[in-house]
Structure formats: C-alpha cells, structure tokens
Ligand binder design. Structure first.
Ligand SMILES: [Zn+2]
Ligand SMILES: [Zn+2]
Length: 688
C-alpha cells in the first residue's frame, strides 16, 4: 500500500501498482487486522499484522505537537490524535511538555528500516540466523511493530535537556528524574493511553521484560481507549507493577487470569531468558587541562594553544567518543577556577601550574557528556589551598546544575575523598573512587594538603618517603592512603567497582620497576623525548588494587599511553595519556617518538548476566591532537599504535597484557571469550 497525503492532512490508502517493494527479509505472513485498539502485536506466534493493514483514519499530527525532526510528517489515527491533543493540553496546565517523535509507520517503512540492517551487519556474523537474531534485537520485525497500528507513538521528554537521547530517557526516567514520565504515569490513563513496554522488576534494574520480550521503553505509549487504560491503571496499582497493554489485552481475551497477572512467574518461569539482561558502556580518557601552564587570566568561552578555539571547536572528536556511553570518565589535571595569578598565586617551585576555566569543565560535562570525574592528581594543589577550595566550590556548582547526574571524586573533605561515589546506571550500582599523588616536584609536598573532616584536600598514594622522593621507589607499607580508599570501596555494596589512580613514572611505557626504555627504535628521535624507566612501583600499586577485587582500574599521570591488562576479574589501564591537555605539547607529529604520539580513549562494554556485571568487550581509540582538539587517527596510523601497545602490554604483563584487534575505523577491539554480549558488544564482536 502507498499513502497519499491530501491537502487536508487526511491520508487515503490506495493499492500500489508497483512490484512488491518489500525485501526478502520482510515476510508478509501476518494474519491480523489492527483496527481493534486491543490488537495483540508482539513477538509471539499469531501476533503479527498483515502487510496490507493500514488504518483508514490516519491524520497528520500538527507540527507543534511533534519534535522537530526535519522533513517528516508524523501520523496517528484520528481518535488517537484527538486524545493526544487533549492530553498535551492537560499536561501543559501542569507545566509538562510532551512531543511526538515517531507515530505511525507502515509495514513497508518498517521493512526498509529493518532490511537495511542486514547488509550493514552481514560481514560480522557467521550464519544468517545469528545475523537475523541480532537485527531483531535492534529493530522490530515488520508486522510486529505496534507503530503499524497508528495508535502508538514514541515521545520526547524535553526536560531531559540538550543531551536528550533514548538512553538518557531510559536511565533517568526510572530514577524519578523525568517529570514528563511521572506525569504520564499518573494521568495518561484519563486520556486512554497505556504503556506497551513497562519495567518488569520492582527494583530499577532494566532487563528484558519476560512478558513483552522488550526492554523498558518509557517513551513508547499506546492508545487503548479511556475505559481500558483506566482498568490497566487500576490493576497496575493492585498488583504493584505497571501492566503492559499486551498482558491486559490477553486478559480481556481470556488468555490470562487475574491470578496470572498477579503472579506472572507461575506461567513465565519456564521462559525467563538467561541471556544478557543489560549492557553498560563505560568510556574513559586521561588527562584534561584547559589552558597553557601559568596562564594569568583565563577566557570564558574557550582557550588558546597557538590560536584561540572555543569549547565547541575543541570537542567534536570527544563528542564522538563519549556518545551513547552510560558513563564517561576524565581526569581533571588542573585547578578549576577563573582567579588570576594575583588573587590566586601558584605554589613556590611548582613546574607547569595548571588552571582551567569552570565554563570549559561545565561544557565537558553538559555538552560532551562526561559524568565521572577525578580531580585527584599532582596538579590539584598547584594553587595551594585556595586553588583546592576553588576547585571544590566550582565542581559542586557544576554538579548542582548539570543536565545529568555527575559523580566527582578527588578533592574535598576527608569524608568526601575517602568514601566512594555510588553511581546508578539503570538501577545497577557502580562505585567509584579517585586517589591522587603528591610530591613529584618537591618531596616535602607529599604530606601537605591532606583533607580533614573540616578542610578540603586530596588523598595520595605517596606519603612515606619522608622527604626523599627516591624512597617512593620502595614500597611503603600502605602506599599512603591507598588502603583506606580500597577498604571503603570493598565495603560499599555495588555491582562494579572502579578506582582512578594518578601514578607512575612520567614518560615511561613499560610497567616493571627498572624496566628498560626502548629509545632505540627507528622512530625515536634522540634528544626530543626520551622514554624513561619506571621507578614508582606502579605494578605493585595496581596489584594491591586488584587484590581487593576491583573491576576497573583507570590509570593516568605519565602523559603517554601505557599497557592494558585483564585477568578475568580486573581490567587495568596503566595510563591513558593526554586526553585534552593544553598544558602539554602537540605530540601528534613526527617530531615525537611513536610511543608518545597518541592518547587513548577506551570503551568497556559490560554485560549484566546471571546477576553480575562482566566485561564482555573493550574498544580502544588511539587519539591525536590532545593539545587542542582530540580526535581519531586514520585507520592505518591507529593500527600502528595498536600494534605498538599490544607488544608493550605483552612485554610488560605477559598473558594478562591485552591484545586488541584493529578494526578498519581507527579503533581496535578485545572481545572477552565466553562472556555473553549485549547488542553493542555483539556489533563489535560478531558471532561471539
Ligand atoms: Zn515505539
Ligand atoms: Zn600528573
């Protein structure tokens, strides 16, 4: 069927004379007509719509009720649009705005979306069956999409702010931070609307709902009429969870009893899926500093390396790296303040004091999507106690006004620095703590700026050299405050635990103490940037962290990339190098040796299987232009850095050194064998 849009906005179905447009992937074997508002549309047998079914009363949704998607006209059935219009008017009276993102989709429209995925992912799967299963996890089979009913629509919730995306809605709505969704839960039934894909569990864990076989979709609503919607609302209150349209429709058709609605486990237990119920992606980059060392007066709208760049001009590459990740980590290697050197002088003897304008950090949080931040490092105290206090005040203000939850660890009071942050991602708990390091310039600084219950400061892995920095080479019994934060982290209930550690010998690659630097490769230019030997005991410190069963160790400080390891429990990046570091040099040129020419952004993909989060895949992105606007390398160059790092990881860490496989897009991937993958990890690790 094709549809003609008449000037009045009325849609009339006419028979297409062209050859069957549908692809071979879209089988026209559905039996159902969808005009009944309680039509069963699902992944189950018999719940498929005919290709020829299109509502005969579709009308265009006025533009002011839709989210401005360029060039698209959304359609709904007339009765549905009337109800929706009344609902938006009532919502507006409560200061709630809801907009339609997507309404009616014909079988053929769904087919072209669905069929387009097959060639796209074809090369990644060994069998047609695996490919089809994957495509069906990201796109509905034509005839099985409720959008063909013309009674269903996807909404946009504008209060979620500029980072709006469906993952945001999913993360934030179940946490009661989404006023539109809250309003709909309490009022939508009065306008005949109900949820097709509610949460199943009473806790906030998002999973495949065993009844609908879909994940939680807080944006997807369906019109069923006021009487049905009100009954759904009432039953939902009685049984203590939101009833889906599918269950209600089955109940009305005598296929389910009230008892079964109350105790779905009794009829579902045999087919509750054991597969991945949730996937969490954690992105991480290294050091951030947003001005040249010692700058007096910072600009509010951007910063200069050689010439001025706005925050926006500095971050298009970063936005690609952070997009779609649940968490994004960075190390703020800088004081956060707009004070000048007159009002906030650097400490005596500090080399390269670092300062960043709060607006730049705010931009990285709200516009680039960083939400897990360490401020614990050897530049946190560059401007003495005043600088530490400025950082704390500015970060707290940024957190209070952020468009998404923000987790900070590093500088603060003793309580704030010693206790982990507990982050919520789709109801799963992730605990995070950052520990810094003092004394690289002057050993007597090791014991300064320690936090108390009343004053801000930073906990440190070095406190035992007693003024002799060379003693930092000797393992001190507790590694400063490290055991304090590890004990606290171990005792914090969480599904995943993360430590950020700022330590290691600057400009050293290999991780063993006394390791031999490789300055003799053909690409190393003498006198420019000699690699150094590790002498800060980084391996022993990371081993201590691993002994606490920590899942993820994010290392930084050396301003170059170092090996990565995985031992089936702990993943450790020894150093991610510079991410966006105006305090450094433009290392991305042939003036510098290969090992120092790139930074690293890592994305770890975790599967929630059988009650725990497990690493399923890790992706690395070698970066360039960390001095002003980090971005991807071309694939051949990226591959060389991946090869270099693989060799360094192997040489340093043996079997635990991760070997990444280069892809053709400037990234590389490590797929953890034997761990079930969610959709995103599966796209990187096809067939595994
Ligand atoms: Zn939808
Ligand atoms: Zn550092």
């Amino acid at each position: 069927m094709k549809h003609l849009v008449l000037t009045l906005g009325l849609i009339v179905s006419v028979t297409s004379t062209s050859a069957l447009a549908a692809s071979k992937y879209c089988t026209d074997d559905g039996q159902q007509d969808g005009s009944d508002y309680l039509t069963l549309v699902s992944k189950e047998d018999g719940h498929k719509l005919k290709r020829s079914y299109a509502p005969n009363d579709l009308v265009s949704v006025p533009k002011d009720l839709t989210w401005n998607k360029s060039g698209s006209t959304e359609q709904l059935r007339k009765e549905v649009l009337n109800a929706f219009t009344a609902m938006t008017t009532a919502a507006k009276a409560s200061d709630v705005t809801i907009k339609i993102y997507s309404g009616y989709r014909s079988f053929d429209q769904q087919c072209s979306t669905y069929a387009s995925k097959f060639p796209k992912f074809k090369d990644q799967f060994k069998t047609e069956e695996q490919l089809a299963l994957y495509v069906q996890s990201i796109s509905a089979i034509p005839g099985r999409s409720e959008h063909q009913l013309g009674a269903t629509f996807d909404l946009v919730y504008p209060s979620l702010g500029p980072t709006l995306s469906y993952p945001d809605i999913k993360e934030r709505c179940p946490l009661n931070k989404c006023k539109e969704y809250e309003w709909l839960l309490n009022n939508a039934h009065n306008f005949g609307m109900a949820m097709s894909y509610p949460r199943y569990s009473k806790d906030l864990k998002v999973e495949t709902n065993p009844i609908t076989q879909y994940n939680f979709e807080p944006w997807h609503w369906r019109y069923v009429g006021v009487e049905s919607a009100t009954e759904i609302y009432k039953i939902s209150q009685d049984i203590g969870r939101r009833l889906s349209v599918l269950e209600y429709a089955k109940y009305k058709k005598g296929l389910l009893t009230i008892d079964q609605l109350q105790n779905p486990e009794t009829y579902l237990s045999k087919r509750v899926p054991q597969s991945v119920t949730q996937e969490i992606v954690i992105g991480m980059g290294g050091d951030i500093s947003l001005s040249r060392p010692g700058t007096d007066k910072l600009e509010a709208t951007g910063s200069s390396y050689n010439s001025f760049a706005t925050w926006e001009q500095m971050t298009p590459g970063l936005k690609k790296m952070t997009a779609g990740n649940d968490l994004n980590f960075m190390n703020l290697e800088s004081v956060i303040s707009e004070q000048t050197n007159a009002t906030m002088p650097a400490i005596d003897g500090k080399k390269w004091p670092q300062k960043s304008h709060p607006n730049g950090v705010e931009y990285l949080v709200n516009q680039v999507g960083f939400n897990m931040i360490s401020s614990a490092n050897n530049h946190s105290y560059d401007y003495d106690q005043k600088g530490i206090d400025e950082t704390v005040t500015n970060l707290k203000r940024i957190k209070a006004t952020a468009t998404h939850p923000l987790y900070l660890s590093g500088v603060g009071t003793l309580e704030e620095t010693a206790q982990p942050q507990v982050m919520e991602v789709n109801g799963l708990k992730i605990a995070f703590v950052a520990i810094g390091m003092k004394g690289d310039d002057r050993p007597d600084w090791e014991k300064k700026w320690r936090p108390t219950t009343a004053t801000n400061g930073m906990l440190s892995v070095r406190m035992c050299s007693n003024g002799n920095i060379e003693k930092a080479m000797v393992p001190c019994p507790e590694y400063g405050d490290l055991k304090i934060v590890l004990e606290n982290l171990k005792n914090t209930p969480a599904d995943l635990r993360i430590v950020s550690i700022h330590e290691g010998m600057e400009l050293s690659v290999y991780t063993k103490n006394g390791s031999t630097p490789d300055n003799d490769t053909a690409e190393t230019k003498d006198g420019v940037q000699r690699q150094r030997s590790e002498n800060r005991n980084i391996e022993a410190k990371i081993a201590l962290i691993k002994s606490y069963g920590i899942d993820l160790v994010i290392g930084h400080h050396t301003h170059n990339v170092r090996p990565l390891s995985y031992n089936k429990k702990s993943f450790a990046a020894y150093s991610l190098g510079n991410l966006l570091f105006l305090g450094g040099k433009n290392y991305s040129t042939n003036e510098f040796p290969l090992w120092n020419r790139f930074g690293l952004f890592v994305k770890n993909y975790y599967s929630f299987v059988n009650g725990k989060l497990e690493l399923a895949a890790s992706q690395m992105i070698p970066t360039k232009n960390s001095h002003i606007s980090p971005t991807f390398w071309d694939a051949p160059t990226a591959n060389r850095y991946v090869d270099y790092l693989n060799a360094a990881s192997k040489k340093s860490l043996g079997d635990e050194g991760i070997q990444y496989k280069s892809l053709n897009d400037g990234t590389a991937v490590y797929c953890v064998p034997g761990v079930e993958k969610g959709a995103k990890a599966l796209a990187l690790c096809p067939g595994q």
